[in-house]
Design a protein around this ligand. Structure first.
Ligand SMILES: Cc1cc2nc3c(=O)[nH]c(=O)nc-3n(C[C@H](O)[C@H](O)[C@H](O)COP(=O)(O)O)c2cc1C
Length: 332
């Protein structure tokens, strides 16, 4: 491994985020609220608040609560599909948040512009090399997230994205996500030129994560192969695949998708409204499992790395495991 490259990439990521360790706690709807986010930032990583479908005033409260628990940097994740995106952006601007991650489809130029005009650093998801090159013109940093990840996923695996994009694009820091669970993998990615890594699945079983006990137990029991991706049944209704532990909730999603396809084809509902309805399903289903504990019918969104989540641990311990190998190499 090129140690000098490792050192420079790691430094680039931590300086960009203003943290000790360039480890982002990827936003997870319902779970990445002030407890988990502040714990990650306090431990030297970079927490990201998930706004999900929160009303703007709740997001404001969450930002303030996070600030009460930490004075370290953290970011806010906004979903571009959200009809209240402009109001949510206004909250982020008003509250003086320094970093915003825009997820859930390609963001419009005016959304990026509104954030940048307020001096907020914008982090975008790049699903392919051509798009990464395009997005790097307006974003301050990128996340490349592989198919192994939990939640909404793109089609390409982390290893391919990393090999394709990291050597070809140096304009902005690039953080790698999807299927990363231990410190050796973090070191490998940074050695390839990543500015750091983003993890979601690994943080679900953190002590500070408010996930229901049943949700955490499902994670502890699951193997990699249990975290499967939903299918798209018809091009009439494009579906962003979601990776979750297979259960009755997955079947309910399939039934809803089929019903909506019929409605779209019969022109009873516009396609975009149907897409939004599917997204609302996920937000509700995730709450049902993650907060209410109904892991049979709700959505247990999890990445393939779920098989490596073996215990409930404090965030600080998880972060130390993730950065141990890289720090050891750099110190040596
Ligand atoms: C339960 C769950 C909920 C998630 N919710 C969101 C979200 O609201 N916004 C988002 O950008 N990513 C979301 N993600 C993706 C994570 O932010 C992160 O990028 C991903 O988990 C990284 O891959 P990993 O699961 O393999 O660690 C979610 C992931 C999980 C597991």
């Amino acid at each position: 491994m090129d140690i000098e490259k490792l050192r420079q990439s790691w430094k680039r990521g931590s300086e960009f985020l203003g943290v000790r360790y360039a480890i982002l706690g990827g936003a997870m709807s319902w779970l990445s609220e002030h407890h988990l986010v502040s714990a990650i930032s306090e431990a030297g990583g970079f927490g990201v608040l998930a706004s999900g479908n929160m009303p703007p005033e709740l997001l404001r409260q969450e930002i303030r609560r996070t600030r009460e628990k930490t004075d370290k940097p953290f970011g806010v994740n906004l979903i571009t599909l959200n009809p209240e995106l402009p109001e949510l952006i206004q909250v982020v601007v008003d509250e003086g948040v320094k970093f915003c991650v825009l997820a859930g489809g390609l963001p419009k130029a005016d959304a990026i512009g509104a954030l940048k005009d307020a001096g907020i650093k914008v982090i975008l998801f790049a699903p392919s090399l051509p798009l990464a090159k395009r997005l790097a013109r307006s974003a301050d940093a990128l996340v490349i997230e592989g198919h192994e990840a939990g939640g909404h996923v793109g089609p390409v695996c982390t290893g391919i994205l990393a090999q394709e994009i990291l050597p070809a694009l140096d304009k902005v820091p690039i953080f790698v996500a999807g299927g990363i669970s231990n410190g050796n993998m973090v070191a490998q990615m940074v050695g390839l030129g990543a500015a750091g890594c983003q993890l979601g699945t690994r943080f679900v079983c953190a002590e500070e994560c408010i996930a229901h006990e049943n949700f955490k137990k499902s994670f502890l029991r699951a193997n990699a192969r249990d975290a499967v991706v939903t299918a798209q049944f018809d091009q009439a209704l494009p579906v962003i695949p979601v990776r979750a532990l297979a259960n009755k909730g997955t079947q309910e999603f399939n039934a809803l998708q089929l019903a909506l396809i019929k409605k779209v084809k019969a022109e009873e509902i516009p396609r975009d409204d149907a897409i939004l309805e599917l997204e609302k399903f996920w937000v509700g289903a995730l709450k049902r499992a993650a907060i209410d504990g109904d892991v049979a019918h709700g959505s247990v969104m999890a990445g393939q790395s779920v098989g490596m989540v073996k215990s409930i641990q404090p965030v600080a311990e998880i972060i130390q495991e993730l950065v141990g190998p890289i720090e050891a190499v750099l110190e040596a």
